[in-house]
Ligand binder design. Sequence first.
Ligand code: ADP
Length: 554
Amino acid sequence: MVPEDLPPVNGPWVSLKGVVINNDLQILHETQVQFDTDLPEFRTHGGVVTAEDGHTITAPTLLWVKALDLLLDQLKLAGADYTSIAAISGTAQQHGSVYWQRGARHTLQSLEASKFLHEQLARSFSTPNSPVWMDSSTTAQCRQLEQAVGGAQKLAEITGSTAYERFTASQIAKLSQTKPSVYNSTERISLVSSFACSMFLGDYADIDYSDGSGMNLLDIHSKEWSQICLDATAPNLIDKLGTPVASSSIQGPISQYFVERFDFNPDCKVASFTGDNPASLIGMCLTEGNIAVSLGTSDTLFLWLRSPQTLLEGHILCNPVDKEAYMALLCFKNGSLTRERVRDDCAEGSWELFNELLDSTPRGNFGNMGLYFDVQEIIPFVKGDHRFNKANDRVHRFTSMEVEVRALVEGQFLAKRAHAEDLGFNIEAGSRIIATGGASNNKSILQVLSDVFNAPVFVLVRVSGSLSIYKYRYPTQFRKYTVLSLQEAANSAMLGSAYQAKHALVAEHTSFSEMTSCLPPPVLACQPYKDAAQVYNPMLARYRRLVKSILDTI
Ligand code: ADP
């Protein structure tokens, strides 16, 4: 059972990856450990274990520890020179949690270099299985939390999200209610990211603001744990969480264990680790005023927000690059698969023909407008095909395939703009859209995106399917600034955490933009036509009215 509200932006968590980059942010070494096949003794499927109820989905915590043992050996075999690593950061799935047994801190602080981590940490967890982001077994705890704080809206105002089953608060509440002795014997609760960080630190790492905002526990405005949420979740919880810290902070020097076992330099710094979504924002080098649009199986928007609006749908997180700012994610389930369906219906399954049809219709589509949702959409909460003519009358069919194709693409992007603006995103002069994902190869689709948002669209250069990886030669003089990043899955998030490792080192005197200026810039794909605002601003208002009329009839 996968929760319906937010498909994984970065795919399932099936592996642990490590990458070493140099001072110019170029990749030196990369390797990965596949959970199911490299560690079959844990009997995971897709990196997780699903209980018979179909809702309880966990991962054996020790699997992740053993994967780290393997990965560090593999990276070394691949030629990584650990003596030159200046900083380490990492990213992991958001929301998942790890429960350290009383006494585990002492074990972390006194790891023996001659032994594997998994041998020494085998008895360090009060529950052997960590709930992961796919878990949906905590509906009762979600309702309790919302009720205790004064309703869903109030919870969203404090923590950036209404209560979600996978979020950590309801997972902790479930543990405390169903296994109080396990909860009471827990010395510390980590997110998966801060758990991984703890191993490098040789002590409990603090949770960073961005990953912490996926818990329903952090007050995203004060950046402190919310007392009302803590009280509603479990007794004495604050004692088990540590202090939240900025995502670009250094947590301390690397543990002596890694110095002795792998020859890490004792000066190597451990930066905060963060969640996959914040790390993706870093990896795409998103900056203020810009928006990233991932056009994959589902479509996802990443927004950089200065003053977020709290909505019942969508998630506001603390921004991992700028601690005064926020970020939001908006996921639209009806993305490429819906475009493929209309392509198959109207264009014989050919993107070329689809584009010819799209390009042959004018901006504004003669006043016709369509909204297409093959599966229940999250925002707006609508399903089915909805077509309207110029007079806003419902029609069953449009007069031509051309009109149908344009109605689909315009409708999809109007929805994205409307809901991005609802969350507080404003397109300003200088705003840019960064397009990624499979459909970002399609210039005709990107042109409509550019026109609807009235902003230029850029694409990231891709080599071998990953973001901004360039086959440069690696100058040896930069090796002392080598940075190591660890992550399960997704390249943008992985690179993001590697960039964050360097950012944490230089943040005091160098901005993130300056630091990443050595990367080749995104490439301009489309500019909006001059009449774009004139055409699409009124259509945006119409989109809102039409969605309201559809929702009123449900
Ligand atoms: P995922 O979300 O699974 O990572 P991708 O980002 O790789 O997926 O995107 C896959 C989608 O990209 C496919 O569903 C396909 O419809 C779409 N796609 C691929 N090429 C094109 C194209 N030329 N035009 C429009 N869509 C495309």
